[in-house]
Design a protein around this ligand. Structure first.
Ligand SMILES: [Fe+2]
Length: 292
């Protein structure tokens, strides 16, 4: 009976209200969510004051979100939830490249770019040359694959974090298409390790726990190709000081690669004789076939 509730009985009463849900999966999710939320609340004996703090926190997370600032994604990331969802469905160990989290800095509306072009926009910094190849599980090239790529600048900032400097223009991100050999390549500026944004509510959690906000140097990729599963992944710099302690748990061993430093006077992968130092990174991405 819902007028004779106890701290023990309320859970089942609430769960029964979902019984008529038409969608079985929605019903399962809501019933199990209530079970775990109530169990958590009983376990820690959440106080009214703490509950108000949680509500206020979530309200502020929502108010911090904008089209280019995804605080809820960041909250999910720092709690390990984003990576957990990915690990459940993409445990790795197969022939396909491991996936990882999307992160909060992917934005819609990125420009398309031709292979070999400079995608750095108006951002200065030591050049980065990226050369990638997309393969199927048998090692054959995947031509015409769409490859989204995005990364930070040499200060660890993404374009959307410096709208004034860039006059709102997107930079260091593009959508490329693989050639007949499955290859894609571009020039940009070298990224760097960076802290996740700590000026919002998520920063309060990191500070309260004395946790590092840092992510190691990396470049993001989101690949799509006809007949294959989409792949969200990134490549991480092997000798980065934060490679073993990513604030959002997104590094997987198979995604750690060499970001090779070259001196001025050396020849870049595109054949340019460089008068400044630069980084060169290579990556091979194996897509999983879509199950029919
Ligand atoms: Fe990132």
């Amino acid at each position: 009976m819902s007028i004779d509730l106890t701290a023990a009985s309320i859970t089942e009463v609430v769960q029964k209200t979902f019984e008529d849900a038409e969608d079985e999966r929605v019903k399962e999710l809501l019933v199990r969510l209530v079970q775990h939320l109530h169990d958590f609340t009983r376990e820690v004996r959440l106080t009214g004051e703490e509950w108000f703090k949680v509500m206020d926190f979530l309200e502020r997370v929502g108010k911090t979100c904008t089209p280019t600032r995804q605080e809820f994604v960041l909250l999910s990331d720092i709690l390990g939830l984003s990576v957990l969802v990915d690990l459940i469905h993409h445990p790795g160990g197969g022939s396909a490249t491991d996936s990882t989290l999307l992160g909060p800095f992917y934005v819609e509306g990125r420009p398309t770019a031709k292979n070999g072009s400079d995608i750095s926009g108006e951002v200065d910094g030591p050049p980065l040359f990226f050369n990638g190849q997309v393969l199927d599980p048998d090692g054959n090239p995947v031509a015409g694959a769409k490859v989204d790529t995005w990364h930070s600048d040499g200060e660890g900032l993404y374009d959307v974090q410096m709208p004034d400097k860039l006059h709102g223009q997107l930079a260091m991100r593009a959508l490329l298409t693989t050639d007949d050999e499955g290859r894609f390549w571009y020039r940009s500026v070298a990224p760097r390790y960076y802290p996740v944004p700590t000026d919002g509510p998520c920063g309060e959690i990191l500070r309260a726990a004395n946790r590092s906000p840092m992510r190691p140097e990396h470049v993001h990729f989101w690949l799509h190709a006809e007949g294959f599963e989409p792949l969200i992944t990134m490549l991480v710099r092997r000798d980065d000081p934060y490679v073993e302690r990513d604030a959002v748990f997104g590094v997987r061993r198979s995604l750690v690669v060499d970001f090779v430093e070259h001196d001025a006077g050396e020849t870049a992968p595109d054949g340019t004789c460089m008068d400044e130092s630069f980084q060169a990174v290579e990556g091979t991405f194996v897509l999983a076939r879509k199950e029919r």
